[in-house]
Design a binder for this molecule. Structure first.
Ligand SMILES: [Zn+2]
Length: 559
């Protein structure tokens, strides 16, 4: 009877899932250039990237039926993005688009004109923009923080957590290539631990026996140790290096630790900086995935662990450690590390250099000297650490960027001695090692300016008195533009960057799309805001401290 009830439940739940069957959003051969959970700068990749032949404008289709639940247009990040909510509660996401399908483009443009803004986010209700499975919804592009034309596709669950889309669709993707290992590293963790008599991260050389098995030379070690690997996968048809699906370690044949890239929360994505060997990454630009769990870690992919993934090597014992890496299609690579336990006398590890600035991982702290203060919220750092801080008048040298920051720290400057006029042009800048100064988002109170940052480095107060530049790209004053589809200008600002821009024709707002990578703003004459004859164009651009430039021209047009 119990069995009967259970089998009924199984049948029911599979029926409701079978009613949806997610199809590809592109009608071309799927060539992935990025995978779910792939290790990226400060985050895990939330979707799959598909190549679009290096072109923009490929048709993008609704992967299942549902309705457009969100339209977002932003300068950075996903650029132009569409979200479809499906009847099973999942949401599919399509990002870096160049254009929406006509019906959606018309709806959002009306909203952009009504609000007089290019960047916008709207959440249409169920009835406004329903879509059928396979309906054209957009054209692929390179908008936002995209470094080449591609489609970024995501599936999210009811709670907005990104899911590995391969679990639900893309059956047509074939892959028979096993993942590859580029580097194997062993970490001695305790005072008595060593790897081949070394008390620091040690690279061990692995030799391939064949495509699926590598083995390292026998290692002598002792005490608590951990393994890290630098590895990647490739799908069958592309050369792009992507992430793994599952990583498992074994000791003497027994499963010890496993991570699997199925699902995560955006709020935990930054813990990638706790998972990788962060200082090695900053130095070499390569990511070592550490296969053990450090304190204050909320990496969302650990799904099995014994002793937090660490191995405890005893004197005079032989061990066989094994790492198995897998892609989603079950292709595997095994790595074998034979270890002999050998206790040796070790020098005492050098204790870290003490400074007056000990920041505890689990405590909020504040330091202040002269006109500068710096505040560390609880959890800003993953580990207790003595920081090097140098207060120099209006500049603070704040440690070095090989230590990751999780929650933003606040750097404050007393600006009471500046005139109100100077305060307007004053901002907090990050000073790069080569001397360039970059605007750091500055909040201005009467006598105190502050910035929140997740990067250690040098910060200072500086002035920006230079106005933005505005240059027409495809016209000059008094030009006839009846045959043109677009009006283009280049807007730029050297020190703090473009904060806002506004274009009007004959006093009325016109929508100009902004591409921050090329600094070009574009108006589409099909929006029909120019009248026959002479039109007065006015473009106003402000930088982040309020320096403003105005450009005016007459444009003639016969519609
Ligand atoms: Zn992507």
């Amino acid at each position: 009877m119990l069995f009967f009830v259970i089998s009924m439940l199984v049948v029911q739940s599979s029926w409701s899932q079978d009613s949806l069957n997610y199809q590809s959003p592109l009608d071309m051969t799927l060539l992935p250039s990025g995978s779910f959970g792939e290790l990226r700068a400060n985050h895990f990749h939330a979707g799959i990237d598909f190549k679009t032949n290096g072109q923009i404008g490929k048709k993008v289709y609704a992967t299942e039926r549902g309705y457009i639940s969100r339209i977002k247009v932003q300068r950075f990040g996903y650029g132009k993005a569409l979200y479809i909510e499906h009847p099973d509660g999942k949401t599919s996401v399509y990002a870096h688009l160049s254009k929406f399908a006509p019906k959606i483009e018309k709806w959002i443009k009306a909203q952009q004109y009504q609000r007089e803004t290019y960047t916008i986010q709207r959440f249409p209700d169920k009835e406004t923009l329903p879509v059928k499975k396979g309906e054209l919804i957009a054209y692929s592009g390179n908008s936002g923080s995209s470094s080449g034309p591609h489609l970024h596709f995501e599936l999210r669950d009811k709670n907005s957590r990104p899911l590995n889309p391969l679990k639900f669709t893309f059956d047509q993707l074939k892959d028979d290539r096993p993942p590859k290992i580029k580097g194997v590293f062993l970490y001695p963790m305790g005072d008595k631990a060593h790897i081949n008599e070394k008390q620091k991260r040690t690279r061990v050389v692995a030799r391939s026996k064949d495509l699926t098995i590598s083995e390292t030379n026998r290692v002598e070690a002792y005490g608590k140790i951990g393994i890290g690997i630098d590895a990647y996968d490739q799908f069958g048809l592309t050369v792009n290096r992507v992430g793994l699906y599952r990583i498992t370690t074994f000791i003497n044949g027994k499963k010890h630790f496993q991570m699997q890239f199925d699902r995560f929360s955006f709020s935990n994505s930054r813990y990638i900086n706790r998972m990788i060997d962060y200082s090695y990454y900053k130095e070499k630009k390569k990511r070592i995935n550490q296969l053990f769990i450090k304190p204050n870690s909320k990496v969302p992919f650990y799904d099995f662990q014994d002793r937090k993934g660490f191995f405890h090597i005893e004197d005079d014992h032989d061990y066989k450690l094994k790492v198995v890496i897998e892609d989603f299609h079950g292709n595997k690579k095994q790595l074998i590390i034979p270890i002999t336990g050998k206790e040796i006398p070790l020098k005492k590890k050098a204790t870290p250099e003490k400074t007056p600035y000990l920041v505890k991982a689990n405590k909020a702290q504040m330091f202040e000297e002269g006109k500068i203060d710096v505040y560390f919220p609880k959890g800003a750092l993953y580990e207790d650490e003595y920081l090097n801080i140098d207060f120099q008048g209006e500049t603070i040298e704040l440690h070095n960027d090989r230590t990751p920051i999780h929650y933003p720290i606040t750097i404050g400057f007393d600006v009471g001695h500046y005139s109100d006029k100077d305060k307007e042009k004053l901002f907090i800048a990050r000073v790069m090692p080569w001397g360039s100064k970059y605007y750091s988002n500055t909040t201005k109170e009467k006598n105190r300016f502050y910035t929140k940052t997740k990067t250690f480095g040098t910060y200072t107060l500086t002035l920006d008195t230079v106005q933005p530049t505005i240059k027409p790209l495809n016209f000059r004053d008094n030009k006839w533009m009846s045959k043109y589809r677009y009006l283009k200008l280049k807007i730029d600002d050297e020190m703090t960057g473009v904060d806002s821009y506004r274009a009007t024709v004959n006093g009325n707002f016109i929508l100009m799309e902004y591409d921050y990578k090329t600094h070009i703003i574009t108006y589409d004459f099909n929006d029909d805001k120019f009248r026959d004859g002479a039109n007065k164009l006015k473009v106003v651009v402000s930088d982040k401290v309020g320096n403003t430039s105005i450009f005016e021209a007459t444009i003639n047009r016969k519609n």
